[in-house]
Design a protein around this ligand. Sequence first.
Ligand code: SAM
Length: 214
Amino acid sequence: MRARHKPWAESFINEYPDVVIQEPEQLKGCWAEEFSNSHPIHIEVGTGKGRFITGMAEANPDINYIGIEMFRDIIVTAVQRADEAGKPANLRLLNVNAERLEDIFAPGEVGRVYLNFSDPWPKARHAKRRLTHDNFLTRYERILLPEGEVHFKTDNRGLFEYSLMNMTDYGMRLADVSLDLHADKPEWNIMTEYEEKFSSKGQPIYRLEAAFRN
Ligand code: SAM
């Protein structure tokens, strides 16, 4: 995702310390206290402009959502969205690289990881940047509850095939694999910005659920 440089982004984000957590490492193991409840914690890695995570937070008040996006010029739009939605009490945003997940969450602190329209990084030499590469799967496995799941959707067939194979090789159990998510128009599906763009052009959306334990 490309975004214009927004020189105002940093000061804008700083106006929302209740939405964007500045030093998330300090909350490792204490996220329940941050939300003042013990509801499940679901995270989205690569949140982009925040349509999905804000929609999920509004639709599911009994789940706590944390959106993670490494680019400030992109997450600033997610902050605007959260503000427009009235800053849902069950939503937080982190402006960090997901390489730091294990510094931010204790083992078993997360119930679900969402990956939506992750960057495909098609060149082999960039494979380690794919959010379904082993390096990231290991991080998800460590922070997820034993019964935790990874839910992944994408328009990119190459990334989907890579992810299917890599998750299987890793020993994950796959479920609800769909090669055309929108065919059945599932009511529970909350669209992301990319999903809206690609599905409106008639492109199929691929989706799977995966767990580390059987
Ligand atoms: N999920 C959104 C959607 O579906 O509209 C955005 C999709 S966009 C193609 C992928 C996003 O993931 C980008 O905003 C990118 O900056 C972010 N991203 C990629 N790798 C990341 C990482 N390691 N940590 C945090 N964010 C990452």
